[in-house]
Design a protein around this ligand. Structure first.
Ligand code: GLY
Ligand code: MN
Ligand code: MN
Length: 448
């Protein structure tokens, strides 16, 4: 899969081009402790290399320069005893299928030799300061060697325009990984529904989610983004993730959480009653959001526009706001004046893949892009009524509801990758009643 991506990138290059990519390094968490390593997404997409401080050069039609070169940390048995095994250059050729490989301290020398022969350079300026300044100083160095018949490349091009566009279209192999991330994440949400009880804390539910992600082999930390476990009014903070509060009887719990499997994300939101049973007001809001989501999913079809789901969703949410007594105007007026915006707040869709908010163009010059098979996007409408919002009927206050699934655009009907996550009122209540086995635990009450 990774080699195929490199070949496609090379196909889109011209003779005389080189492309440079720098992988992620380690980031310090505190003192001498590092965050779990996560490879930069495009680097992973093109290399399949999970080691830090790696770099890559692709070259096309340049005399004496191989097409696919990777630079990795050198083998170092003493160091590896402490911090883990490394492939080394030989291992990189064998395991990742590169034409050639070097220790990463040879990157500058090899790239400078290639730059002297290249007409154009593809890179992602602004991503890595060290690479940027090396590239600029190398170019300046080549200018100074004009008398030796050397000249710098004539153009620097944004590698993102190729690799981001490639990443918009998921291959069958990538889709299988996304289905796996989705299945694990659905299971995590179902376990959370089954285990949730009034008096538990948001972090206990977070722990069940992350347990499920890791248990089924999700990457490093397990999650694709910090999990949002938001009880009651916390659901009205869109990216709430401190997850430290107690869950109250009679409140809803909004969970926005997805695992990351071999770097591919899932992104699921479900909102369910802490005590397992919807109150009439909770159900009324929920049914509006659910109707909006189902209608928006139904337009995730090849040939439709990327933002069509957002428009469809807003029409249904606006109508719901009128039915709920929040808006006191006509539907046309609500949409025309965006009167709904205070309670609908965010967009409905984003691409998803190696990054939860995946790269790729969805709109250009103000025009929404047409959907094509192989794209995957979320559909995630919500309604948010903060506890202190005295412009809405009292019974709605302190409730925030979002419902989110990951949808694959096919040649036919939309494929909901996260369809296994309970979603209708009846299914959610059933999932809340279900016996789903939790990991063995200490009695938390005794520890506190
Ligand atoms: N989990 C972030 C989002 O839904 O976009
Ligand atoms: Mn999302
Ligand atoms: Mn989400």
């Amino acid at each position: 899969m990774f080699k195929a991506h490199r070949r496609e990138f090379l196909d889109r290059m011209q003779d005389g081009d080189i492309a440079l990519f720098q992988g992620a390094g380690l980031a310090t968490r505190n003192h001498d402790v590092e965050f779990p390593f996560r490879q930069q997404s495009s680097f992973w997409y093109l290399s399949g290399c999970h080691e830090f401080d790696a770099a890559m050069m692709l070259a096309k039609g340049i005399n004496g320069v191989e097409e696919e070169t990777i630079f990795v940390l050198p083998r170092d048995p003493a160091r590896e005893t402490w911090v883990g095994r490394r492939m080394g250059p030989e291992g990189a050729i064998e395991k990742l299928g590169f034409d050639t490989a070097f220790n990463n301290d040879e990157f500058h020398e090899q790239v400078e030799a290639a730059l002297a022969k290249a007409k154009r350079v593809w890179c992602q300026l602004g991503f890595n300061d060290e690479l940027d300044s090396f590239l600029l100083s190398s170019i300046q160095g080549l200018r100074a060697k004009a008398r030796l018949g050397l000249a710098p490349p004539e153009q620097i091009l944004d590698a993102g325009t190729i690799v981001h566009e490639m990443r918009v279209f998921k291959s069958p192999a990538e889709l299988d990984l996304m289905r796996k991330a989705a299945a694990i994440s659905s299971e995590a949400h179902a376990l959370a529904m089954a285990q949730c009880r009034p008096g538990m804390h948001e972090y206990e539910i977070e722990a069940l989610l992350h347990y499920t992600f890791r248990r089924h082999g999700c990457n490093d930390s397990g999650w694709a983004y910090p999990s949002i476990v938001a009880g009651g009014d916390n659901a009205n903070i869109l990216h709430y993730n401190t997850n430290h509060m107690a869950l109250n009887d009679g409140d809803m719990l909004l969970i926005d959480a997805g695992g990351e499997y071999q770097c591919y994300a899932a992104d699921i939101t479900r909102t369910f009653p802490v005590n397992g049973k919807f109150s009439p007001a909770q159900r009324d809001i929920y049914e509006v959001v659910l109707a909006a989501q189902l209608k928006a999913i139904d337009v995730v079809r090849a040939g439709n526009e990327f933002h069509q789901g957002h428009d469809v969703s807003l029409a249904t949410l606006s109508d719901g706001l009128i039915q709920l007594g929040v808006l006191k105007c006509s539907l046309d007026e609500a949409i025309e004046t965006k009167a709904h915006l205070q309670w609908t707040i965010h967009n409905t869709s984003h691409y998803i893949g190696l990054d939860v908010h995946d790269c790729g163009v969805s709109k250009s010059d103000g025009v929404s892009r047409k959907l094509e098979p192989g794209m995957v996007l979320t559909v995630e409408p919500g309604l948010y009524f903060p506890a202190d919002d005295d412009s809405v009927p009292e019974g709605l206050r302190g409730i925030g509801i979002r419902i989110e699934d990951d949808i694959h655009v096919t040649g036919g009907d939309p494929e909901n990758l996260t369809a296994a996550t309970p979603k209708t009122v009846a299914d959610v209540e059933e999932a809340c009643r279900a016996e789903r086995v939790a990991p063995p635990t200490l009695d938390t009450a005794e520890v506190r």
